[in-house]
Ligand binder design. Structure first.
Ligand code: COA
Length: 316
């Protein structure tokens, strides 16, 4: 038993935060941000938006694309670090908004690899015969987690949600979906939960240049191993759908695969790093733009806090 992608959807908020806007907030420049990261704009959630409301909008599009209703779902998994509550989970809020009930619904915490981690769990449920149709969503409001006066983080992150429905299939589909972690570097990238005695202490902390170095090394071997372990050649790959953290990390990963940038889905110039949502949004945009076609071999990869990393090799 395999799983395959039945439909995808995504949502990004209306409000745009440009590099020019950031020049007014912190000591930085459009030139520095574009050169070091590739980011030009990010979307910022409105005061009335939450990880759950964004997940809902992305999920409706995925359901429509898959020609399903929420009652068809056997399981809902949301990768997020920015839910409104420890409980209920974003997944349970989402279930309520979708007007369905009964199926399992839970969040998982894997920072920027949230979408890939959710995909791996969904794939395992389907392969084990425990679910036939699973909604996975990555949804994060990272803009609220960054200190607005910290130029090393506020420039990087934006808000959004990416959704995908995986369904049981007799053919691949998903050839492999794997998760990895290295907790020994956990201190390099941290998002504290709110200390109710000291709410100011809860901003995101990142040692950017060290995370950068580990990300490049980890992803370079991860993508090559994923291709080889599944008996494919690099040249079989049609599209790389990478986590959208930094254009230089993406370019280094593509180079390792011998893949021209024309075969890489890049949208971080518009959205920045949307954490758990990033791969889901990129996948949806790649499909809706007509770039990724049925039958194409695609590789999803991500890297994030934990430190976590993950990949998925999929025939769309
Ligand atoms: N504008 C202008 N200058 C800035 C700046 C900004 N927004 N942010 C940092 N700087 C300065 C630093 O203070 C430093 O100055 P110094 O040399 O005088 O000390 C200089 O730029 C270089 O800083 P450094 O942190 O070494 O830059 P970098 O080339 O590593 O780029 C990141 C910084 C954050 C863009 C990069 O490290 C990165 O993308 N890291 C990975 C982030 C990531 O992927 N995180 C999430 C994982 S999912």
């Amino acid at each position: 038993m395999y799983s395959k992608i039945l439909g995808t959807g995504s949502y990004t908020p209306e409000t745009v935060r440009t590099n020019a806007d950031l020049e007014k907030m912190v000591e930085t420049s459009d030139e520095w941000i574009v050169e070091r990261t590739g980011i030009k704009e990010r979307r910022i959630a409105g005061a009335d938006e939450t990880a759950a409301t964004m997940a809902y909008k992305a999920s409706l599009k995925a359901l429509e694309a898959a020609n399903l209703t929420a009652n068809d779902l056997d399981l809902i998994i949301v990768g997020t670090s920015t839910g409104s509550y420890a409980f209920p989970s974003v997944a349970c809020e989402l279930q309520k908004m979708l007007g369905t009930t009964g199926q399992g619904a839970f969040d998982l915490s894997a920072a920027c690899t949230g979408f890939n981690y959710a995909l791996t769990v969904a794939n395992s449920f389907i392969q084990a015969g425990n679910a036939k149709k699973v909604l996975i969503v990555g949804s994060d409001i990272m803009s609220r987690t960054c200190d607005p006066t910290d130029r090393t983080t506020i420039i990087l992150f934006g808000d959004g949600a990416g959704a995908c429905i995986l369904g049981a299939s007799e053919e691949p589909g998903v050839y492999s979906a794997n998760v990895k972690a290295d907790g020994s570097h956990s201190e390099l990238l941290k998002l504290p939960t709110i200390d109710r005695n000291n709410p100011e202490s809860s901003y995101l902390y990142m040692k950017g240049n060290e995370v950068f170095r580990i990300a490049v090394n980890t992803l370079s071997s991860l993508v090559v191993n994923t291709i080889e372990e599944n008996g494919f050649q690099k040249s079989d790959l049609k599209w790389l759908v990478p986590h959208q953290a930094n254009l230089r990390i993406i370019a280094a990963t593509a180079k390792k695969l011998g893949l021209p940038m024309e075969q890489v889905i890049v949208n971080l110039d518009k959205y920045g790093n949307t954490s758990g949502a990033s791969v889901g949004i990129a996948l949806d945009e790649g499909i809706r733009s007509g770039k990724i076609k049925r039958g194409d071999l695609i590789l999803l990869e991500s890297f994030g806090g934990g430190l976590t990393s993950a990949s998925a090799l999929i025939k769309y």
